[in-house]
Design a protein around this ligand. Structure first.
Ligand SMILES: Nc1ncnc2c1ncn2[C@@H]1O[C@H](COP(=O)(O)OP(=O)(O)OP(=O)(O)O)[C@@H](O)[C@H]1O
Length: 342
């Protein structure tokens, strides 16, 4: 059974004014997040990511459809039962949302105090959490004196205080510089791997998805337009919006301008070779060209590593007799995807 299960979920916000129209922020979404997943939810601003997360932790109620969290149907639950469900969900935010009037210790112990956990137990739990996030030394520091990365680590410790099964991260690294982002992502990885906590990460940065997620769903206009294992989606994006996202980190096809520049410099026909299967060696593919006397040059592309698997999208200029190039491409296509660029 998935830890989070959405079935045909819709959320419609009423029109903001008498002449406006209602906003369908979530439109017929199905989603399964399995226990142990790090699930990335990607989309541009307004795609519906935040609304989706707010539905999962019951800060918004769905207009229709079913949402189950850890086996409990949360649509239609009483506020008291919802509070219980929310306790099983931790949340971290872009702006950290820490209490400035409290120290690091005071922030992390806060949810335990709200939950009525005894003093000694709460104290021990906070000490353990601060150790885990590497902030034991900063327990009595006020949060104003912390760096952005340290603040987010406090946010993570606080979110974990009540031992949730699920952690929701809403643009949790968007306010951080690249190096600090990597530190926080590494900590989230440990939260997943060492503590076994399922994480849903909302982001508009593919780098974040690439760094920590196992699965990804791409949202547009309130719908999930594409989903799958991160490697599969990154190496072979289908939807237009996914291609745009992936192109921010994976150098795939040259754009029209770059292609025109390349053509001016290199004679011959252009093909894009997509290497995805570890069993296919580049050398064997190039051998098909060499064998037919087709001269080739790698003019654009890159190799990416995702979770220890590599894929490459390489553009080659092929110079040779048309019949030889056709022949070679037929042989290559029996091994990998090869697309001729018009
Ligand atoms: N409380 C609300 N009332 C009315 N409309 C809302 C409300 N919350 C969100 N919306 C609308 O729902 C749509 C989806 O918004 P949402 O914030 O979920 O998108 P998002 O992908 O998280 O974008 P961002 O990254 O900018 O937060 C938008 O059109 C937004 O204006």
């Amino acid at each position: 059974m998935p830890l989070v299960e959405l079935r045909d979920v819709t959320k419609v916000f009423p029109a903001a004014s008498r002449h406006g129209s209602p906003v369908r922020a979530i439109d017929g979404v199905d989603l399964d997040v399995e226990a142990g997943d790090v699930y990335g939810i990607v989309g541009y601003s307004g795609a519906g990511k935040s609304t989706l997360i707010r539905l999962v932790n019951a800060l918004e109620t769905a207009t229709s459809g079913s949402i189950r969290v850890d086996g409990t149907e949360i649509t239609g639950l009483s506020e008291r039962r919802l509070q219980h469900v929310r306790r099983g969900i931790g949340m971290i935010f872009q702006q950290f949302n820490l209490l400035r009037s409290r120290t690091v210790y005071g922030n992390v112990i806060y949810p335990l105090q709200v939950a009525g956990v005894g003093k000694d137990e709460a104290h021990a739990r906070v000490a353990e959490l601060l150790q885990f996030v590497g902030l034991a030394e900063k327990a009595h520091t006020y949060t104003d004196q912390l760096s952005g990365g340290q603040k987010q680590r406090v946010g993570i410790a606080r979110a974990l205080a009540t031992s949730p099964k699920l952690l929701l991260a809403d643009e949790s690294t968007s306010a951080l510089d690249p190096e600090t982002t990597q530190e926080v992502l590494a900590l989230l990885r440990r939260v997943n791997e060492e503590l076994g906590i399922t994480i849903m990460v909302i982001t508009h940065e593919m780098e974040v998805v690439k760094s920590i997620a196992d699965k990804v769903a791409v949202m547009e206009g309130g719908r999930i337009v594409e989903r799958g294992a991160v490697f599969d989606v990154f190496s072979d994006p289908q939807a237009q919006v996914t291609r745009r996202f992936v192109s921010t980190i994976v150098d795939d096809l040259p754009d029209d301008e770059a292609l025109a520049r390349l053509r001016a410099r290199h004679p011959g026909r252009f093909v894009r070779l997509a290497f995805r299967d570890p069993a296919v060696r580049q050398a064997d593919v190039y051998a098909e060209l060499v064998r037919r006397g087709v001269v080739f040059e790698l003019v654009h592309g890159g190799i990416e590593d995702i979770g220890g698997r590599t894929f490459g999208n390489l553009t080659l200029a092929l110079d040779g007799a048309d019949a030889d190039v056709d022949d070679a491409l037929t042989a290559i296509r029996s091994r990998i995807d090869a697309r001729e660029l018009a």
